[in-house]
Ligand binder design. Structure first.
Ligand code: SF4
Length: 511
């Protein structure tokens, strides 16, 4: 069926799967996901493609059409959505914030927790009504969930109004996938289980002009037993330093004020380079010299956090005094079952080194409670470690199994009630430390990067300090995008209230 015929059609045309499901699967799937294949780590060299360009045959494909992307999950996904928005724009599509106006709807999904997946399935069900109203609308599922065969099977059998499913390694193939979906009457599925190469020069439609995300590496080789990411994002592949440095320079020239360097385990940056000895500390030391006020990174893994990086971060300048350092548990037994590959002692030693080098550092963390076999004593060790480190805040979670991970095969023997009760106790400690950390700012003058109006009031501005504290203060809109000094008047539960003092002269910002 050609595109014209398709446009003339008034019905949803996904064929019903036949009883022999596997033959149906073979027919529509050009590349199927496999967590088993995704687990493999080969020695093949990563290929770098420097100059991505969209084939001329696709240009203009989006003329008169609009796209809508809904993003779930982490900053990596947010940034992938910026890349897809960039590709759509080059194809001639326009963005829309209204699903009912969209010609293509993409759900960029997250597989980290079961409830994140349930939300996506709920949304897919909800999209049926839009598809009924506009049968020409293309609906696509991408992101981490697409890498799971169980998800793709469920979409094939239950959500037949979906037109395309593509994986995290197939984003640059979006023009081909769209073309295929316009031409085909069947669901287009293209999910590579083996990680892709590193592709440079992908177009990006960035959200906002103040802060920007920059990927420094892709994938993860840590295989923590609870985590699906090494399967959905492939093996560790670092971008070459010169590409990253140039991207940050370009963003600085465009007026961006803050860069967030992204990777699933940024501390493994450079481990995969065969030709050079170059790690995250080396990269940060180069980025430090670029004239941009702030550089952050996420997420760290304690095992790969080396002394050279600490040494470089201690030079400060545009390298901020905030480190997010996920510990997950304070018990050696649980850390072992999690395969985190460090001990409580190693973690505390690392914290001591960081604090010695950067005395005003703000440390934050992630913690999972109720891991299989976690005893009350082991949980208590997590609380003790939290107090000993004095984290300023934390993301806390109840353990939930992810299909395909080693932990999912363990007996989940901590009753839900106990998990909930532990989470409550942990959160009470987190709040105690968060309010104490905020209270310390009362009377201080801090530097705030103003991001816009506060959520509640237009005449109140909001922004973050170098140590990642949210500050609200009254001030004119002209301050948005600038770094200003604010005197802190009051510590609230999760933020600070202050009054505007003055704009920070760019040359005063130490870079
Ligand atoms: S290091 Fe992070 S992304 Fe990698 S497996 Fe562990 S939790 Fe998942």
């Amino acid at each position: 069926m050609n595109e014209e015929q398709r446009l003339a059609s008034q019905q949803v045309k996904q064929p019903k799967p036949e009883k022999d499901y596997s033959s149906y699967f073979e027919r529509v799937v050009t590349a199927a996901p496999s967590l088993k294949d995704a687990k493999k780590r080969g020695k093949e060299e990563v290929k770098y493609h420097k100059d991505f360009a969209i084939d001329e045959e696709f240009l203009g494909m989006g003329q008169g059409r609009k796209f809508y992307i809904r993003t779930y999950g982490c900053q990596m996904n947010e940034h992938d959505s910026e890349v897809m928005a960039g590709i759509f724009t080059q194809l001639g599509y326009e963005p829309t914030h209204l699903i009912e106006e969209a010609d293509v709807v993409l759900l960029n999904t997250c597989a980290i927790r079961e409830n994140a997946e349930n939300k996506v399935f709920g949304e897919l069900g909800f999209l049926v009504k839009y598809k009924r109203k506009n049968p020409e609308m293309l609906i696509g599922v991408c992101g981490c969930m697409s890498q799971e065969e169980s998800v793709v099977n469920k979409i094939l059998t239950t959500y037949q109004h979906v037109d395309m499913v593509f994986g995290t390694h197939n984003i640059h193939r979006l023009p081909h996938i769209l073309k295929e979906a316009y031409m085909s009457k069947e669901m287009v599925i293209e999910v590579w289980s083996k990680e892709g190469d590193v592709i440079e020069s992908l177009p990006k439609q960035r959200n906002g002009a103040i802060k920007a995300w920059v990927n420094i590496m892709y994938g993860c080789d840590k295989f923590c037993t609870y985590c699906i990411v090494p399967y959905t994002r492939g093996k560790e592949r670092s971008r070459r330093p010169d590409e990253i440095i140039q991207e940050v320079r370009d963003l600085a020239a465009q007026g961006y004020q803050e860069i967030m360097l992204l990777g699933q385990n940024v501390n493994a940056y450079g481990k995969d380079f065969a030709d050079i000895e170059y790690r995250l500390g080396d990269l940060m030391d180069e980025l430090r010299k670029i004239d941009i006020p702030r550089i952050r990174f996420t997420t760290s893994h304690p095992r790969d956090f080396d002394d050279h990086l600490i040494e470089v971060l201690a030079k400060k300048g545009n390298l901020v005094e905030h480190i997010h350092l996920p510990v997950q548990s304070g018990s050696n037994d649980i850390l072992k079952i999690m395969a985190r590959k460090y001990t409580r002692e190693h973690f505390l030693d690392l914290v001591r080194k960081i604090k010695a080098a950067i005395p005003d550092v703000a440390l934050t963390t992630d913690i999972i409670v109720g891991y299989p076999n976690e005893t009350e004593e082991q949980f208590q060790e997590t609380i003790d470690l939290y107090r000993e480190v004095g984290f300023e805040t934390a993301f806390t979670y109840i353990y939930s199994p992810r299909e395909g991970t080693p932990a999912a095969k363990m007996q989940d023997n901590v009753p839900l009630e106990v998990k909930k009760e532990r989470l409550q106790r942990l959160n009470a400690v987190v709040e105690e430390f968060s309010s104490a950390a905020l209270k310390k700012y009362e009377g201080e003058i801090v530097e705030v990067l103003v991001e816009g109006s506060s959520k509640k009031r237009d005449d109140v501005l909001a922004g973050y300090t170098r140590r990642n504290k949210l500050v609200n203060f009254a001030g004119p809109q002209e301050l948005v995008g600038q770094i200003v000094k604010v005197k802190i008047l009051e510590a609230k539960s999760y933020s600070l209230r202050g009054e505007f003092v003055e704009i920070v002269n760019r040359h005063e910002v130490e870079v």
